[in-house]
Design a protein. Structure first.
Length: 166
């Protein structure tokens, strides 16, 4: 906020009254900001508003983004995003992959994520491969759960074997 070029001195300039006890104020620094730098300071770096697929939208095909996405509609295909939120009204038939996966709706297919969260309204039919997982009471889950250090690695996920009949 303060810079060396704004150092105030107690010496009066020619033709001006003596100035005493001047303290730098944050107001000039704020006034020097351009709208672009102010907006960048207000928003986290590299993050933007998530894309939203509304509840009346049906997508057939794969969706891939490096940003965040919130799905409220239906998707028949794979979805890959940084943060992926499956809304309560959403149904996804395919694999979903993300750094942070939050499921409130229905997923039929594999879920891969560094951090996977199933809320109480979640309905998941498929395997979950995760680094960390949280499942709220009331969530419905049919499948297997496997912890991996890097669940996002391509080709690193094999079909899970059934338990030994012993």
């Amino acid at each position: 906020m303060f810079s060396k070029t704004r150092v105030t001195e107690n010496r009066p300039q020619q033709g001006s009254a003596p100035v005493e006890n001047i303290e730098p104020s944050p107001a000039p620094a704020a006034a020097e900001r351009t709208p672009e730098t102010a907006a960048a300071a207000a928003a986290p770096r590299g993050r933007s508003t998530p894309s939203v697929l509304s509840s009346d939208l049906t997508v057939t095909g794969n969706i891939r983004t490096q940003g965040d996405i919130q799905i409220e509609g239906n998707v028949e295909g794979d979805v890959r995003a940084h943060q992926l939120t499956v809304g309560e009204s959403a149904t996804i038939k395919g694999e979903i992959v993300g750094d942070d996966v939050i499921v409130h709706g229905r997923v039929i297919g594999r879920v891969r994520g560094l951090k996977v969260r199933l809320s109480a309204t979640a309905r998941v039919e498929g395997d979950i491969i995760h680094k960390t997982i949280a499942i709220e009471s009331g969530a419905h889950f049919e499948g297997s759960v496997q912890r991996q250090e890097d669940p996002l690695a391509n080709g690193g996920t094999k079909k899970l074997a059934p338990p030994n009949a012993g």
